[in-house]
Design a protein around this ligand. Structure first.
Ligand code: SF4
Length: 381
């Protein structure tokens, strides 16, 4: 499957934990950015005639796509349509929103343009925690945004975070419970990753904030259990959906499907090569003005070993697990001795003798288990 990703790098305020390629909202740049983005897509289409038309999903992420003026959003969709992307026939068209920029006219415009799935970054319903992590929205704004999006008729996904500084297990489970009571069909929750470069990382390293890592497991496992009771099944380590509402676009990433990304630092993958354009805005702007030459892309051509490692990591992070028979196409196998200890611990399970899946506490030790398996495969005789 082939998917399209459009990156909108602006945010109302840079959150204290953020480590993404984003920049503060700068309204004077919105039009310039939109023009450049469309030119980048057009250059891509000229270099790869017909490829855009094969897309089956479209995802506007960031950053904060909902911050863009309506004219700019219309221009982006107009550009894609003019190049043959049949937005109305795509399997999924998603757009990320943040509460402070979720307004009625933006929601209506997005629907008119063909967006059918909204993803809202809430992170928590606890006002003190929102302040601690430097989010720009209030609890009330989050609830209003949820009300607006869930009454629009589109599919809605909500994002939460856990293991935040000062967060209790009760507080996190209250967030999960509260969010799942809204009329939505998809929820993601992510444990906070503290980047030393972020403002929050600096506060943690100076001892001004403390994260109790011992609570991680209790929060995650209880959050999964609570969502399960409320009809949301885990289909990836951090993603939960009512049956039939899994994200098609994101599943394509985890299935090593192909995609093209546009905007500074947006990643693309096809023909066994991963690549991305310059990450810093001024460099990306120069790149587009020069005609988006492939020579300025950062590329990583994958060899068989790289592909195998990706397959292990991406398969095991999904509930569908790893197809052991499929490894034979790489000329390798996982000897039973490599996963028996994890089976005995109850961290993985085996289905039909050929599908290995994480289970129970295994999801907490995912990195350790996959690293261990990745070091244990042997060549087929
Ligand atoms: S909204 Fe998301 S992308 Fe924007 S600054 Fe906050 S964490 Fe970063």
């Amino acid at each position: 499957m082939f998917g399209l990703y459009i990156h909108i790098p602006f945010c109302a305020k840079i959150c204290d934990y953020c480590d993404f390629h984003v920049m503060p909202a700068f309204p004077k740049l919105y039009q310039e950015y939109t023009d450049l983005l469309c030119r980048e897509v057009e250059f891509f289409d000229a270099a790869h005639p017909g490829l855009l038309k094969t897309a089956q999903t479209l995802y506007l992420g960031g950053g904060t796509p909902s911050i863009l003026p309506l004219d700019c959003l219309s221009q982006i969709f107009g550009c894609l349509r003019s190049l043959g992307v049949d937005v109305d026939s795509l399997k999924e068209v998603s757009m990320e929103f943040n509460p402070e920029s979720t307004r009625k006219h933006t929601v209506e415009k997005a629907l008119e343009l063909g967006v059918r799935r909204f993803s809202l970054g809430l992170q928590t319903f606890d006002g003190n925690l929102l302040t601690t992590i430097g989010r720009s929205h209030s609890v009330e704004a989050g609830i209003q945004a949820l009300d607006l999006l869930t009454s629009s008729g589109a599919q809605v996904s909500g994002d939460l975070m856990f293991n935040l500084p000062g967060q209790t297990v009760r507080s996190f489970l209250n967030d999960v419970d509260r969010l799942s009571d809204f009329n939505l069909n998809h929820i993601s929750f992510y444990g906070l990753t503290v980047s030393p470069r972020s403002m929050l990382g600096q506060k943690v390293s100076k001892g001004l904030l403390n994260i109790d890592e011992d609570l991680y497991e209790e929060m995650y496992l209880n959050g999964v259990e609570l969502l399960g009771r409320k009809g949301f099944e885990r289909y990836e380590v951090s993603n939960f959906a009512r049956p039939g509402y899994e994200s098609i676009h994101n599943r394509n990433y985890w299935s090593r499907g192909e995609y093209a990304g546009f905007g500074p630092g947006a990643h693309s993958f096809w023909g066994n090569t991963r690549f991305y354009a310059p990450e810093m805005y001024p460099r990306w702007r120069d790149f587009v003005r020069e005609g988006a030459p492939e020579s300025r892309l950062t590329t990583d051509k994958l060899n068989d070993e790289d592909v195998l490692m990706e397959l292990l990591w991406l398969s095991l992070r999904q509930s569908s697990g790893l197809d052991l028979q499929g490894l034979s196409s790489f000329g390798v196998r996982l000897p039973p001795s490599s996963y028996e200890k994890w089976l005995k611990k109850g961290f993985v399970s085996m289905e039909n003798h050929d599908r290995l899946k994480l289970c129970g506490r295994g999801w907490i030790f995912m990195d350790e288990i996959v690293t261990d398996l990745a070091n244990s495969y042997s060549e087929l005789e």
